[in-house]
Write a protein that binds this ligand. Structure first.
Ligand code: SF4
Ligand code: SF4
Ligand code: FES
Length: 946
């Protein structure tokens, strides 16, 4: 398999409709008006030498290598900065331009290391290629003069290095940091020969504002900025295009390989979600796949305090099947269940829910989306008719007003954040509703017009107040509402939000947001042009999560902001395949594509294909499984790729439920916290080791391609198939494409999906069927999926979780750029350099009252439990609010979160917990006890499998 070389056209494409025809070196070529001569030449098959140009960045024209001659014009213009014109006749290889290019290249080489044969950095760089294209044989000036050859290499970043000796100051890195990433961490300092690239205030990359997205590394033509893996391992020799295994943005990458060793991950320019960009996780944090902590052999034990014993796959699978059957025989069909993974592929998730429904004969299947975006499914289905975001990411290019609520895109969804920041720099307005001053509120060249620093738990009140302003000030899009929405439901809603108790002035009292700010935000959203909503778990993880999602849909419908590019209600999904795991039927009441299990017509489809009779009764949700375990009616659980002991709320409730079960099977990469309560451990495979699909936050079905053989021996879908066959189900899938064929055959919104189509188009967004054979970027165009849009009255009901004298502060939780979810993967990479431990953010006023200094250990206590962690004093949080992440098992932040949950979906109320914070000396007793227990539980007896 060859290394896939992406074509670099030198400058970005033009989107003009008018076409221009010209001649380049005798070849006629037709391109859109505004295209550069350089790009037109590439289209015509003529490669012009270049250094400062690349098609990811706007043209700059500094290196003078790409000069051409144009008939009838004097001079030698740069082809990267000169646009085409009708009838133009361009020559790219005249003696004159060749001579000038050689002179330029000679000057560069006179101050450049000559290690082309010995360095893995130099040999394959664009710089070396340009030297070859120019045809330089000798450098007249030598390297004896003043030069930069002794400049010190900056190796501070764990993933890439900067060697100033190789730098030609083309500023591609600086422009990539600005234009692509939007961080503005790099600058050119000094002038002329003394000019140099500096990070931050001329400091090491690691301590600067650099977010390690790698855009500069990708842009660098000389290897001055280069991945350390290339320096250490050498150049890759083949590559495989696949999809990131981290967040719901769904970036496509080229996994560049030497044999079965990943050398680097390069963002794929044709990736429709990322367009060649990435963040630090996807580009660099893949080392967990080969981390020594990975478990590669199946293991068994009788009791959770016994050491693990390695066994053969046959023995492990036989034990799993025998125990599930024994427990069902003794305690009933409903005594067992499973949890699917939002990190696994669609095909794997589909098989786990099929195993439960067809093999266990019940519907006790649930997924981690229960604890994140289940309210999205409920809220958007109720109002609009589909449980998914409405628009594609590219739609943001058409947005005039962006409302970000309960999301922190620069940390949680960084590549989308870069796209969004670009649009904001172009002039779109921004409203942020968040208790914290997230980075987007103010960062280089981006400033929110309104930041509503909401008191946690009052989203619904604030959305109702915005609706109040829109209705009472006559800012509705009446024609849209009349044409597209149910009139009675609209009238009820409009009357409700118009009530004085929903005015900004009243809502200010509960939300803490000044009424004027709410009015400004509402007016801007309603009248600022095309408005798009992006939201995250700060909306869903509340006792009124579903209500808030419906409140957002109400706002969008009332202002006519659904069904066009640049508008919509768009959930930013957390894990790579949380959309897919929901789509694939992971909820206990829904078969794939959100069709209710009680619908006999839908059941009949699956009964025919699966050859079984399905139970029409919805099964248990995760919290109900845990409750039922404690009352003895639920006894065995199969958990694929989830760590509920760390990620789910009220940890003690979770662990008590797990401990009460007779039999727990965990399938994962590592012995995670849930595995401490397991009796069988089945080693899982990483996204690099299997074929399949992930579905991102914009409903995009992306191919995941195997880059290396599974180190554990099998893809996760094969392991589930083994269990199914041991239970007598007789499955014979030979490849995940056959599973997708079954999904397409049984799911109308996937009817047009096949691996052949995904190979052909790169990716498609569902619905993809006869009506939309190439997928659906924007939903609800012309009419809503449910017919008429349905307004819902969204009464604000304060959470029962209240502050008081014992617990006077409100805790809210979130995530950080460098870590991912429970941290199982990212903690096993150098990303921990940026976030070694979870910290508690506390406002200076609250810290001072408690005698807490920055870095002190503090005890964080709620009515559910307590934990200890270090404090960070910051005014990013408002007085009365504290904030932490949950990436580290030592912190166990979920020990303090409560069992309150969304009224409609049971999604936990992670974002509001009444707490007290007091100084302490170190880990709490509970943390210490848990550490001891986990160490005991993780012992592995090294008895090789027979
Ligand atoms: S580090 Fe690379 S991209 Fe940046 S200016 Fe130097 S040569 Fe150009
Ligand atoms: S933004 Fe998300 S999908 Fe893209 S590289 Fe980062 S973690 Fe991966
Ligand atoms: S590539 Fe055109 S001036 Fe550098």
């Amino acid at each position: 398999m060859p290394l896939i070389q992406e074509i670099d056209y030198g400058t970005p494409p033009s989107s003009a409709d008018t076409m221009v025809t010209l001649t380049i070196d005798g070849y006629e070529v037709t391109v859109p008006e505004g295209t550069s001569i350089m790009r037109a030449a590439m289209v015509a098959g003529v490669k012009v030498p270049k250094l400062c140009a690349t098609d990811m960045l706007s043209a700059f024209g500094s290196c003078r290598l790409c000069l051409v001659e144009i008939e009838g014009r004097g001079g030698t213009p740069a082809s990267c900065t000169t646009p085409v014109a009708p009838g133009m006749k361009v020559s790219t290889t005249t003696d004159r331009v060749r001579r000038i290019r050689r002179g330029v290249m000679e000057l560069y080489l006179s101050d450049h290391p000559r290690d082309g044969f010995t360095s893995p950095v130099a040999g394959s760089s664009e710089f070396a290629e340009a030297a070859g294209l120019v045809g330089l044989r000798e450098v007249r000036y030598g390297t004896g003069g003043v030069n930069h050859l002794d400049a010190k290499i900056d190796e501070s970043n764990p993933y890439f290095q900067f060697d100033p000796a190789r730098c030609i100051v083309c500023s591609r890195c600086v422009r990539a940091c600005e234009e692509v990433q939007g961080t503005f961490a790099l600058t050119v300092e000094g002038r002329g020969f003394a000019s140099k690239i500096v990070a931050g205030q001329d400091e090491p990359f690691l301590t600067s504002e650099c977010v390690s997205c790698g855009a500069c590394v990708q842009a660098c033509p000389t290897g001055s900025l280069i991945e350390k893996s290339i320096v250490e391992v050498g150049q890759p020799e083949h590559s495989v295009v696949t999809t990131c295994g981290y967040c719901g943005v769904g970036c496509n990458f080229k996994a560049e390989m030497q044999g079965d060793v990943v050398v680097r991950m390069v963002p794929w320019k044709d990736g429709k979600a990322n367009h060649g960009h990435s963040c630090v996780k996807g580009r660099f944090a893949w080392g967990y796949a080969t981390h020594p902590d990975r478990m590669l052999k199946p293991m068994l034990r009788e009791r959770i305090t016994d050491p693990w014993r390695e066994v053969s796959w046959d023995e492990a699978i036989a034990r799993v099947a025998a125990e599930f059957r024994r427990i069902q025989a003794a305690h009933g069909r409903g005594a067992v269940g499973a949890i699917t993974s939002s990190r696994c592929t669609d095909e794997e998730t589909y098989l786990v829910q099929k195993l439960v429904r067809a093999g266990f004969g019940n519907n006790n299947i649930d997924t981690c989306a229960r604890v994140c975006h289940s309210p999205t499914g409920y809220g958007l289905k109720t109002t609009l008719g589909t449980s998914a975001g409405t628009n594609d990411f590219d739609s943001v290019d058409h947005t005039d007003v962006v409302l970000v609520i309960g999301a922190n895109p620069t940390d949680g969804h960084p590549v989308f954040a870069s796209h969004l920041k670009r649009r904001l720099r172009e002039g779109a307005k921004l409203i942020v509703i968040d208790p914290r001053r997230i980075d987007l509120v103010r960062m280089p060249h981006v400033e929110a017009t309104c930041h509503l620093p909401i008191r946690p738990g009052t989203n619904v009140a604030v959305l109702d107040a915005m609706a109040h302003v829109i209705v009472t000030e006559g800012l509705l899009n009446e024609a849209y509402v009349r044409e597209r929405c149910e009139p009675d439901a609209f009238a009820d809603w409009a009357a409700f939000v118009s009530e004085p108790r929903n005015s900004p002035e009243e809502v200010e009292k509960v939300s803490g947001v000044p009424a004027a700010l709410i009015r400004d935000a509402a007016r801007l959203y309603a009248t600022g042009g095309r408005a798009a909503i992006y939201y995250g778990l700060g909306v869903t993880e509340h006792s009124q999560g579903s209500t808030a999602v419906m409140g957002l849909a109400n706002l969008a419908m009332a202002t006519g902001n659904i069904g066009f590019p640049g508008t919509g209600v768009n959930p930013l999904r957390g894990q790579n395949n949380v959309q897919g795991s929901c789509d694939m039927g992971s909820f206990p009441h829904e078969l794939p594509a959100y069709r209710h299990i009680s619908d006999p017509g839908v059941r009949a489809i699956y009964e025919r294909v699966w050859g079984v009779t399905l139970d029409p009764e919805p099964g248990l949700r995760i919290p109900n499984m845990l409750d039922a375990a404690q009352d003895g009616s639920f006894r065995a659980l199969y958990v694929q790729g989830e760590d509920i002991a760390q990620s789910d709320p009220d940890t003690r409730h979770v662990t008590a439920g797990l401990e009460a079960m007779e039999f727990v099977v965990v399938q994962d990469l590592f012995l995670n916290e849930t595995a401490n309560y397991a009796h069988v451990f089945l080693p899982g495979s990483t996204f690099l080791e299997k074929d399949g699909t992930f579905i991102n936050a914009e409903r995009r079905i992306n191919l995941v391609r195997k880059a290396m053989a599974p180190k554990n021996g099998f893809g996760d879908w094969q392991i589930t198939q083994k269990i199914a066959n041991a239970l007598g189900l007789n499955w014979h899938y030979r490849h995940p494409s056959e599973i997708m064929d079954e999904i397409a055959a049984t799911t109308p919104s996937f009817a047009g999906v096949s691996y052949a189509k995904l190979e052909e188009l790169g990716s498609v967004q569902w619905p993809c069927n006869e009506q939309a054979p190439e997928g659906t970027p924007v939903m609800h165009v012309g009419h809503f999926v449910r017919g008429k849009g349905h307004f819902v009255v969204t009464e604000y009901i304060p959470t029962d979780e209240r502050t008081g004298p014992r617990f006077p502060l409100l805790l809210t939780t979130g995530r950080i750029l460098s870590q991912y979810n429970v941290g199982a993967q990212t903690r096993r990479t150098a990303n921990s350099l940026w976030h070694e431990e979870d910290l508690l953010e506390i406002h200076p006023h609250d810290a001072e009252q408690r005698g807490i200094r920055d870095g002190d250990w503090v005890r964080l206590a709620s009515r559910s439990g307590e934990t200890s962690l270090r404090a960070r004093i910051t005014d990013r949080v408002a007085p009365g609010v504290v904030y932490t992440t949950f990436h580290h098992p030592d912190t166990q932040a979920n020990v303090v979160t409560t069992d309150y949950s969304d009224w409609a979906t049971n999604c936990p109320e992670y974002k509001v917990t009444a707490v007290q914070v007091t100084p302490t000396n170190g880990l709490s007793d509970w943390q210490q006890e848990y550490r001891d227990f986990a160490a005991l539980s993780r012992r592995v007896e090294v008895v090789p499998a027979k």
